[in-house]
Design a binder for this molecule. Structure first.
Ligand SMILES: *[C@@H]1O[C@H](CO)[C@@H](O)[C@H](O)[C@H]1NC(C)=O
Ligand SMILES: *[C@@H]1O[C@H](CO)[C@@H](O)[C@H](O)[C@H]1NC(C)=O
Ligand SMILES: *[C@@H]1O[C@H](CO)[C@@H](O)[C@H](O)[C@H]1NC(C)=O
Length: 351
């Protein structure tokens, strides 16, 4: 999630484009499923289920807010901050913020990758903290994973993907500038390996109407699922968020250029990724829409992840969105879940 200051663009907007009613799209997707408990002030959620069955949700701001719930649908209870003192081992700016956590577990240890940045900054960093319980108070901060800074990319929105215990993990990151990159980490998952990339994975070269910078592509999340047509084929789905994430009170983009969840597919975790029309997601600005604004009040869904719920074997797509009834200030953003079906070879929101 890259927050930007859009005020300089306000003069380019006509009043019609700033009208929220006009930026809503037709209702072709189901509403988010009903959730209970505290589901507000959520940006860029990351979900993980502990061995005892308790779900944990990590999210942007509040020095990485942690909440837990007995089931995916809640009730969600806010527990506290992951790093109450902030990212003390990374200093990029006195007003730096912690964004976009990504949590995974291996052999009883949980790794949480967090972004350290601030609005419009390119010299961000990704750090990592570890815990054996996921609870606030249990986290050991290890500081930056040492991906080298470059004018090509912005080091935020990390996503570690590990298909199996013996599979080579990959690490995706990136936002704006040249969008999404992939690299790898050392075998202890604590630092950059320096052996693989960073290689560019996704790039959207399009300038949205009235905007003097390219469409933002960020928040990537890799997930694999076997092909329904041929079970010997595995597909790697790179979900990502495209468009303007926030600042809607001050700037409304044209309908469709607000945040939305898209996907590209490959037959290897390293790509190359294409969209449903076969366009390259690296050289042809490809990407297939999974979930956009819809209905009366769901606006700008993004910051997503995908998880299989072992309780019912459903594949949950979770994300944040603006509920037009709740408000579009930063603290108003809501946590949302829908379920995906992959039978056609591409994820479809079915429930
Ligand atoms: C709800 O959760 C958010 C973080 O996600 C937190 O900032 C807020 O304090 C929580 N509210 C309550 C009443 O616990
Ligand atoms: C990050 O960039 C800003 C300007 O955009 C600069 O003032 C600051 O010193 C940079 N920080 C580091 C750690 O390079
Ligand atoms: C690329 O940007 C254009 C302009 O905002 C947008 O319409 C399109 O959906 C974007 N595609 C991807 C894959 O991000």
């Amino acid at each position: 999630m890259l927050k930007l200051i859009y005020t300089s663009l306000l003069t380019l907007l006509t009043p019609a484009l700033a009208n929220p009613i006009q930026s809503r799209q037709s209702a072709s997707w189901p509403d988010p499923i009903p959730l209970s408990g505290n589901n507000t002030y959520i940006h860029d959620p990351s979900l993980i289920r502990r061995a005892d069955g308790t779900w944990f949700r990590f999210s942007t701001l509040g020095n990485i807010a942690i909440a837990s719930a007995p089931s995916l649908t809640g009730p969600w209870t806010y527990l506290g901050a992951m790093l109450p003192q902030g990212a003390t081992m990374i200093n990029i700016h006195p007003q730096q913020e912690l964004w976009a956590p990504d949590v995974f577990g291996v052999d009883g240890t949980y790794f949480a990758y967090y972004s350290v940045s601030r609005s419009g900054f390119q010299n961000s960093s990704i750090g990592v903290a570890t815990s054996t319980t996921l609870e606030p108070g249990s986290w050991t901060d290890h500081g930056s994973i040492q991906i080298p800074h470059s004018s090509a990319y912005n080091i935020i929105d990390g996503n570690l993907f590990r298909e199996c215990a013996t599979c080579e993990p990959v690490f995706n990151f990136g936002s704006a500038w040249n969008d999404v990159y992939q690299t790898s980490l050392t075998s202890d998952f604590l630092s950059w390996s320096s052996t693989d990339g960073p290689r560019q994975l996704l790039f959207n070269s399009t300038f949205p109407p009235g905007q003097d910078f390219r469409a933002i592509v960020e928040g990537s999340f890799l997930f694999w699922w076997p092909s329904a047509a041929d079970s010997s084929v595995k597909y790697y789905y790179l979900f990502f968020s495209s468009g303007q994430c926030c600042d809607f009170p001050s700037h409304r983009p044209e309908a469709g250029d607000e945040y939305k969840i898209m996907v590209c597919r490959a037959t290897a975790a390293a790509g190359p990724f294409v969209d449903q029309e076969g366009r390259s997601c690296l050289t042809e600005s490809g990407g297939t829409l999974v979930l956009g604004s819809h209905g009366g009040n769901v606006y700008a869904p993004g910051g997503q992840g995908v998880v299989v719920d072992p309780d019912d074997n459903k594949i949950a797509l979770y994300y944040h969105y603006v509920d037009e009834d709740a408000g579009e200030e930063y603290a108003d953003y809501q946590f949302g879940i829908n379920y995906l079906d992959f039978a056609m070879g591409w994820p479809v929101v079915v429930e």
